[in-house]
Write a protein that binds this ligand. Structure first.
Ligand SMILES: [Zn+2]
Ligand SMILES: [Zn+2]
Length: 132
């Protein structure tokens, strides 16, 4: 992906531009993602933090010691999950201006996936985190 990746929240107060290459594209089925997104899974595009520029009054909530969830305080759209220790930020695919940019490379934490979510057998799936 060479062109900039752009996205925004539902009300438009928060927007972003990602200029760097995608680190990976994974679907996370963990319980924390399910609750933070308010849906069955979190399909996110991972970037290095320094490659993503966020504009607007984004608010953050720590869902664990490792992850900050960034969301729009006006409309509630979840924009990202930020892992400071690795300096990476996962942008939610639903907030992309072109959600078709997201193509899943792997499913992670499928141990806790919702039973009605049927996975494509050609995409790798891991019970927990993806192997390093
Ligand atoms: Zn908003
Ligand atoms: Zn997760």
């Amino acid at each position: 992906m060479s062109s900039d990746t752009t996205g925004r929240c539902l009300c438009g107060a928060v927007s972003y531009v990602a200029k760097g290459p995608v680190v990976n594209s994974r679907v996370c089925h963990c319980h924390l993602c399910q609750r933070a997104i308010g849906a069955a899974f979190n399909a996110r595009l991972l970037f290095r933090r320094g490659d993503v520029e966020i504009t607007g009054p984004v608010a953050e909530h720590p869902s664990s010691d490792a992850i900050l969830r960034g969301f729009c305080p006006r409309c509630g759209t979840t924009i990202y999950s930020y892992r400071a220790a690795a300096n990476v930020i996962g942008l939610t695919s639903g907030s992309l201006d072109d959600p078709s940019l997201f193509v899943p490379e792997a499913h992670i934490f499928v141990e806790s996936r919702q039973p009605w979510v049927v996975l494509d057998p050609s995409v790798p799936a891991y019970p927990g985190a993806a192997p390093a």
